[in-house]
Structures are given as structure tokens and as C-alpha cells.
Design a protein around this ligand. Structure first.
Ligand code: GN1
Ligand code: MG
Length: 353
């Protein structure tokens, strides 16, 4: 999208003569940093193929903001700024937009390089859910239905492996086999969610490291990218942190030998999260802590491979095999995680039960 259109979007917020820079490695929405001399903002165009009702995103942030106000919490929630006429989500011919404050003196990182960073980020996601421990999560709208439903993701995968791009499917026998050989993870997950001790809370659902703001000293400040904040299970955030913080190489890495699972980074994730959440998690949840990494990594492998069979219509692709590479990357990471699962779970039981 050209700057000209964005200038007219910004005008609705009373912002003129802004400097606009495209940022972010997000796969779904488009994001820009906007500076108008005295203040800085984040402007985002919401992908309405993914968020079919973008107004729900802002409605959720408002409910959360209200809760923080009534409980006197000083949690730094990054909420939408209204247009001059009071709209939190702005609809224009080009699409739907939202404007957010750019948090002063904050930086983001794109790879987790030290256990301290993993600890800080995990502490922030724990602290986010904890800030809403007395808020009824059922009051939140579901911005993407069944977003982290592993059984649904598996069923969608099976469907695309039948009905998707024939050539791509035919060339992926070994990947399909690898997916099938791990299908027991879906049953494991189903057993977990069927347990009455599995609680629904206010969860973030997208805990990649670039969704945490840090200060200059490397301390975590808050979490951002709240479009997937919905009622959910603890495993979504803990599992996605395990998926994205434990390996020195990320989901785009095509040299799978670079994928590793670093135990001291798991320990940092567990400590950071449980510092805030150990008292709230039920014993069934605590006992499934380390399993969450496998569940979320398997889900991401299913989603990437399904999208490859669907001609990349959800995630897009900068090169022909990108979603296949991502799927194989996640399968390789999954194997590493499963090797460490027992050892990781006993770390949790030793230190937090
Ligand atoms: C998407 O767009 P982004 O980077 O915030 C996706 C997540 C995936 C992630 C994988 C709404 O997040 O679920 O884990 O890509 N978000 C949505 O990189 O599908
Ligand atoms: Mg996101």
C-alpha cells in the first residue's frame, strides 16, 4: 500500500506530516511505525480474511482496559487509540485499520539469544494472564474461532491432504507420514482439554519474541499484538514460547541441522512463567506443562503443511517451497522437543509443585 493512502488514514486520527516506516515480520497483518515529530505510533491494517470481524479485537482490548481500571492495576495494556470521531477500528476503502501508541523507549528483538531474554518474555506473558485472573475470560470475544483447537487443525490438514494441490501432495509422502506418526499428540491434547481441571483464561496466543517489548536494560516491559487475545488454555502461550524460544534458529530456517532445543532456555521459560502463574495453574495443568511445546509445534507443522497444500493462501510465500520448509522445520523441532519432554517436565515438578 502506498504512503498516500496511509496519510489519509492518519488524517482521521488528526495526524499530519508523519514519517511512515513499514515494520514487523508478522505474517498476517501489515504494520507501520508512524512518527509525527512529537509522538510515535503503530498503525496496523488488519487482515480481514483472518480476522473476519476486526471490531471484536478492539472490543476485547476495551473490556480488558476497563477491568484494569476497576481493579486499580497498573498493567501497561497497549490499547487502540480512537480516531477524531471516536472509532477504535477505522474502515476505509483500503481496509480496516487501528492505531496504537508506540511505547516510549522500548525495543523488540527477533531472536532469543540469552536465557535472560526467555525469562523476561515468559515473565511478561505470565504477568499478562495474571493481571486478568479475576476477569471472566468468557466475556472476551473469540477473534478467530477454534484458533488453537489441535483436533480441528488436524482435521483441516487431513482434508487438504486429500483435496489440496495434487502435485504438492504427491511430492510430500514423507512429510504426510511424519504428521501421521505424531497424530497421538491430538489424542493427548484432547484428553487434556476434556479434564475439568483444564481452565480457560485470558491468553495471548502468539508469544513469539517480537511480541514482547524490552527496555534498554533488557528488562521486559509488556506484551503487544493483542489481536489473538481470547479465552484459551495456558498451553497455548507456554507451548508457543517453547516452540519459538528454545531453538537458536527460527521457523524460517531451511538448514534443519541448526534447530536445537536448549534446556537452559526451557528452564528460563518455566521460571519466568511460573513466577506469576504457579499458584493459579491446577495440578493437571502443571503436569502438562512440558507437553505444551509438542502440542503447539505439531499444530504449527499441521498449519504450514496444510497451507502448502492450499497453495499458500493463508500465510503467503516469498518463495515456492517456503511453507513446506516451515513445516519440515517444525517437524524437526518437534522431534527435538519430544526427546527432552520428560526431563523438562521433571524440572517443573522438582521446582514448582
Ligand atoms: C501468525 O502474523 P503473526 O506473525 O503475528 C499466526 C500465528 C502463527 C505465526 C507463525 C492470526 O502470526 O498463529 O503462530 O504466524 N497468526 C495468525 O509465525 O494466524
Ligand atoms: Mg500475531
Amino acid at each position: 500500500m502506498s504512503d498516500v493512502n496511509l496519510q489519509s488514514v492518519l488524517l482521521e486520527y488528526g495526524i499530519t506530516a508523519a514519517r511512515i516506516t513499514k515494520i514487523g515480520g508478522g505474517l498476517i497483518n501489515s504494520t507501520w511505525k508512524v512518527t509525527d515529530g512529537k509522538a510515535a505510533y503503530i498503525l496496523q491494517q488488519i487482515n480481514t480474511h483472518v480476522f473476519s470481524d476486526p471490531y471484536l479485537i478492539a472490543a476485547n482490548t476495551q473490556s480488558l482496559k476497563e477491568h484494569l481500571k476497576t481493579t486499580g492495576s497498573d498493567y501497561p495494556l497497549v490499547a487502540e487509540i480512537p480516531t477524531s470521531s471516536g472509532k477504535l477500528i477505522l474502515q476505509k476503502a483500503e481496509g480496516h485499520f487501528r492505531l496504537l501508541p508506540f511505547v516510549d523507549n522500548s525495543t523488540t528483538i527477533s531472536v532469543v539469544e540469552t536465557p535472560e531474554q526467555a525469562y523476561e518474555a515468559s515473565y511478561q506473558f505470565g504477568s499478562f494472564t495474571k493481571a486478568f485472573s479475576t476477569f471472566d475470560a468468557a466475556r472476551l470475544h473469540t477473534t478467530i474461532p477454534q484458533f488453537h483447537d489441535l483436533a480441528l487443525r488436524y482435521a483441516q490438514f487431513v482434508d487438504t491432504a486429500k483435496n489440496g494441490n495434487k502435485n504438492r501432495i504427491a511430492a510430500c509422502k514423507s512429510e504426510i507420514e511424519a504428521i501421521q506418526s505424531h497424530a497421538y499428540l491430538v489424542n493427548d491434547w484432547q484428553q487434556f482439554v476434556a479434564n475439568s481441571e483444564a481452565r480457560q483464561r485470558v491468553m495471548h496466543h502468539d508469544t513469539k519474541i517480537s511480541n514482547v517489548l524490552f527496555d534498554d536494560a533488557g528488562r521486559g516491559l509488556c506484551v503487544i499484538d493483542l489481536d489473538t487475545v481470547m479465552p484459551g488454555y495456558f498451553l497455548s502461550d507456554v507451548g508457543d514460547m517453547m516452540r519459538t524460544y528454545l531453538s537458536p534458529a527460527n521457523e524460517e530456517e531451511a538448514d534443519y541441522s541448526k534447530l536445537q532445543v536448549r534446556p537452559e532456555f526451557f528452564e528460563a521459560v518455566a521460571k519466568g512463567y511460573l513466577q506469576n502463574m504457579a499458584d493459579t495453574l491446577t495440578s493437571v495443568e502443571l503436569r502438562s506443562f512440558a507437553k505444551s511445546g509438542g502440542w503447539l509445534t505439531y499444530m504449527q507443522a499441521l498449519r504450514f503443511l496444510a497451507d502448502y497444500f492450499n497453495d499458500d493462501r493463508y500465510y503467503g510465500a516469498r518463495y515456492e517451497l517456503q511453507n513446506l520448509v516451515r513445516a519440515n522445520n517444525q517437524l524437526a523441532l518437534l522431534r527435538h522437543l519430544l526427546v527432552h519432554e520428560r526431563e523438562f517436565q521433571s524440572f517443573v515438578m522438582r521446582n514448582f509443585r
